[in-house]
Ligand binder design. Structure first.
Ligand code: UD1
Length: 420
């Protein structure tokens, strides 16, 4: 099992190019099924979750290979419509394939993606929406057998703006007759990226980024080339790294319009942040100060995925900051590990209070989940001495190479194999 060894206490000074967005590319990979053709995805990040999606595509009879320009996916020879339980559990967002397989084949068989590190991950909103498009779903022993002789477009109102449900329904709606309106849709930038990809391939989708996404279904899609948007959560992670360690970081390709709630909080804490077409620069010269209550919310609110890394950056701030986690039940699992490094954090239900301490000390810590793992790396940069971050398989699900990027920013980090 690999681990990261991080020497803390050095100010950062460097620049890094932000990788393509995991949460964009996963639904886009599912969407390639709709084209029955070849798609070239530029800026596709090399990640464990991308490999899991490639595995799913291959079990469905499709071909995917890395080329110099990106990932080439050919879905013309798709010959399956079932995803095994093992693959469904490998990656939590595998549920997005359901809408795409149904649009292409009219039937699909998957199992539940299962619970995850963040707590239960129900897909009831996905299934209710698919049913209203005309899908019959039999749920027996954890296997979902889905069939749709005809998918019919209609208005669907989501009771919560779920990102995954919005994406799943957009994909199914592309294969439906007539127009589908998804109301109370998620507004995350990744929804717009999926819309843009679908439209490049001949779909007619509009409203992405607003609360109503409209899909004119029944159009024949074709292949094309598309460049995946930069990852706003990876950008948030490295901004928080600079805030925690102090110094200067330039994040090339990062887009501040996707990150404005995060940059607003970091400015409040005392960082200087400037951005332009090329990216975002962050300069942190002083000890940070505590900020007003940080409440996670659906986009354009503060992203739940940036909660842990922001918390890590404020551990040595002056004063106390309150966090309120409103999206996932179980999203403070990194807290116990941060406390091992000397952090002062009190958790009660969905609230966590971080009181800044003078110093943090390096310690052996374990990743509990993807963003929690990234938070341990951020805290390690601000700690005295060496931090050993273990179980980094979680981090590899979403960061191409945390050690490469942090080194580019001037940190002292190396990956080693832990002894059994
Ligand atoms: C996506 C992101 C994830 C991010 C999350 C919230 C991907 C691959 N993952 O996850 O990184 O943290 O958005 O921004 O894009 N819910 C239900 N029923 C459903 C669907 C969701 O109750 O059918 C609940 C969930 O349990 C959760 C909340 O809604 O409490 C948000 O979930 P959702 O927006 O669907 O997140 P994901 O798409 O799973």
């Amino acid at each position: 099992m690999s681990q990261l060894l991080i020497q803390g206490g050095r100010r950062l000074d460097g620049e890094v190019r932000v990788q393509g967005a995991k949460n964009s590319v996963l639904p886009i990979l599912a969407a390639t099924l709709l084209t029955g053709d070849t798609v070239l995805l530029g800026n596709c990040p090399h990640l464990r979750d991308v490999e899991a999606s490639i595995q799913i595509l291959r079990t469905l009879g499709c071909d995917a290979r890395w080329e110099a320009e990106g990932l080439a996916v050919d879905t013309s020879r798709m010959d399956g419509c079932a995803i095994s339980d093992a693959l469904m559990r490998e990656m939590r967002s595998s549920a997005i394939f359901l809408g795409a397989i149904l649009a292409r084949c009219g039937q699909a068989e998957i199992s539940y993606p299962g619970g995850c590190e963040l707590g239960p991950r129900p897909i009831d909103l996905h299934l209710a929406g698919l049913r209203s498009l005309g899908v019959e779903i039999q749920d027996a022993g954890g296997i979902l057998r889905c069939r749709a002789a005809r998918l019919r477009g209609r208005e669907i109102v989501l009771s919560f703006p779920s990102v995954g449900a919005t994406e799943n329904l957009m994909l199914a709606a592309c294969g439906a007759e007539g127009t589908t309106s998804i109301c109370n849709a998620a507004r995350e930038p990744e929804i717009t990226d999926l819309q843009n990809f679908l439209n490049v391939c001949g779909a007619r989708v509009s409203g992405g980024g607003s609360s109503t996404v409209v899909v004119e279904g029944g159009r024949k899609l074709h292949g094309g080339a598309y460049t995946v948007m930069p990852d706003r959560i990876v950008a948030a992670t490295y901004l928080c790294a600079a805030a925690a360690a102090g110094g200067t970081a330039l994040l090339r390709d990062a887009r501040e319009q996707h990150l404005s709630t995060v940059t607003a909080v970091l400015r409040q804490a005392g960082c200087d942040i400037v951005s332009d077409q090329a990216g975002i620069a962050c300069v942190c010269q002083r000890r940070l100060r505590a900020v007003r209550t940080v409440r996670t919310a659906p986009y354009p609110g503060f992203p739940t995925d940036a909660q842990a890394v922001l918390m890590a950056s404020l551990l040595r701030s002056r004063g106390a900051t309150v966090f309120e986690e409103n999206i996932f039940e179980n999203r403070y699992r990194h807290v116990d590990e941060l406390v091992r490094m000397g952090a002062d954090i009190q958790v009660s239900g969905r609230t966590a209070v971080v009181t800044g301490v003078e110093t943090l000390q390096g310690a052996p810590v374990r990743c509990t989940d993807l963003r929690g793992g990234a938070a341990l790396c951020v805290a390690a940069l601000a700690a005295e001495g060496e931090t050993r971050v273990m179980e980094i398989g979680h981090i590899d699900r979403g960061y191409e190479s945390m050690e490469r990027d942090l080194r580019a920013l001037g940190a002292c980090v190396r990956r080693t194999e832990a002894e059994a």
